[in-house]
Design a protein around this ligand. Structure first.
Ligand SMILES: *[C@@H]1O[C@H](CO)[C@@H](O)[C@H](O)[C@H]1NC(C)=O
Length: 350
């Protein structure tokens, strides 16, 4: 019996697809492990973003943080940008970090009157970069921007200017290498590096506990590297310095975030499953309670968290030139997930 050649081709392509999915997306790292791979590919094929011209005579560079600059430059050099707004899924409004509320209102008013796109969704298919977040204002233009458009800020957003259902954060920039696994017996259960004084009795309790190592800045990089590698967990106080959390993950130190309220601004929060790679504990149990929680994590679970952390660190890391699945592409992926908005065919003034 002759076997149809097309059958083989189908089989081969099925194998190829499965192989790709398995190699990259097997861990429980993702919130939607079944769809992320195909959805990401769809994004690469079809996502289009229209970029408005920056306001005239603004200083350069537009953005003052490294992660914003990385995002902006990568976006402008990416194939996602289109010159044809009729093809665009989303619209990017660039303005400098230093813009005044008045000038921001004027910028949005100009966009509203000179282009037909703002009125269709009142800004819901628009996004902007603002390191600290745009402040609340009574100006109608700024209100619509703040309430409807997607805000991209820098993690952590301490200011309360973050709206969880739509806004996203950029992970901090690091220069580190993921380390291969080595079999060392960790000297400490947890390591904490403090850059600022936190009025927290828990800190001094942790400081006095022999299983934990607390270091105050200025800590030199070598010491930090040594303690990170020789500790099972790296401790962070939410609201304090969280910027090296991704670095800790890449160095195989499982992050522990001490927080008494839910955190809503973690980077890639609707893509990766943070509970699979970080431990969130309240401060109420003190150092003893903290130790009990950490000791209660089984070895197999701990190792899975460590591996997930190393894998997630790839998604949370920036590259001078954007690479597949890196921080730039994953933040764009979050935008892609937010592209569905209702567009009114015609704006009717009420
Ligand atoms: C958008 O709506 C406003 C009224 O809210 C109107 O003044 C403006 O001209 C409209 N823009 C366009 C491009 O039609």
């Amino acid at each position: 019996m002759a076997v149809q050649p097309s059958f083989f081709i189908l089989l081969l392509s099925l194998l190829a697809v499965t192989g790709n999915v398995l190699s990259e997306y097997t861990t429980s790292l993702y919130l939607s492990p079944k769809t992320i791979s195909s959805n990401y590919d769809k994004m690469l094929q079809s996502f289009k973003i229209f970029v408005y011209p920056p306001p005239p005579s603004t200083e350069t560079p537009l953005f003052t943080t490294r992660q914003e600059s990385h995002f902006y430059t990568s976006l402008l050099h990416s194939p996602f940008v289109t010159e044809d707004p009729s093809q665009a899924h989303l619209f990017f409004v660039p303005f400098p970090n230093s813009i005044s509320t008045r000038n921001l209102a004027r910028l949005i008013r100009n966009i509203r009157t000179n282009f037909p796109f703002w009125n269709r969704t009142l800004g819901a298919d628009h996004f902007y970069l603002s390191a600290a977040g745009v402040d609340y204002s009574s100006d109608r233009n700024v209100v619509e921007l703040k309430k409807n458009s997607i805000q991209i800020s820098c993690f952590p957003t301490s200011s309360g200017l973050f709206i969880p259902h739509k806004d996203v954060t950029l992970p901090p920039v690091h220069s580190f290498q993921a380390t291969p696994s080595v079999n060392v017996t960790p000297a400490f259960l947890g390591y904490m590096k403090l850059t600022d004084q936190i009025p927290y009795s828990l800190i001094s309790e942790i400081n006095d506990h022999p299983d934990f190592k607390v270091e105050h800045e200025p800590a030199n990089t070598k010491a930090k590297l040594k303690f990170t590698k020789s500790s099972r967990f790296c401790l962070f106080v939410y609201g304090s310095d969280m910027t090296w959390m991704v670095e800790a993950m890449a160095l195989r130190c499982v992050p522990v975030v001490i927080t008494d309220r839910p955190i809503q601004d973690l980077p890639l929060m609707d893509v990766i499953d943070w509970s699979e790679m970080a431990v969130f504990v309240s401060s109420r149990g003190g150092a003893k309670g903290l130790k009990r929680v950490l000791d209660g994590i089984e070895k197999s679970r701990y190792e899975r968290m460590m591996e997930s952390g190393v894998a997630a660190a790839q998604h949370l890391g920036w590259n001078a030139e954007a690479q597949a699945h890196d921080a730039f592409h994953m933040v764009v992926y979050q935008l892609w997930l937010r592209r569905h908005t209702i567009r009114y065919a015609r704006w009717v003034e009420q």
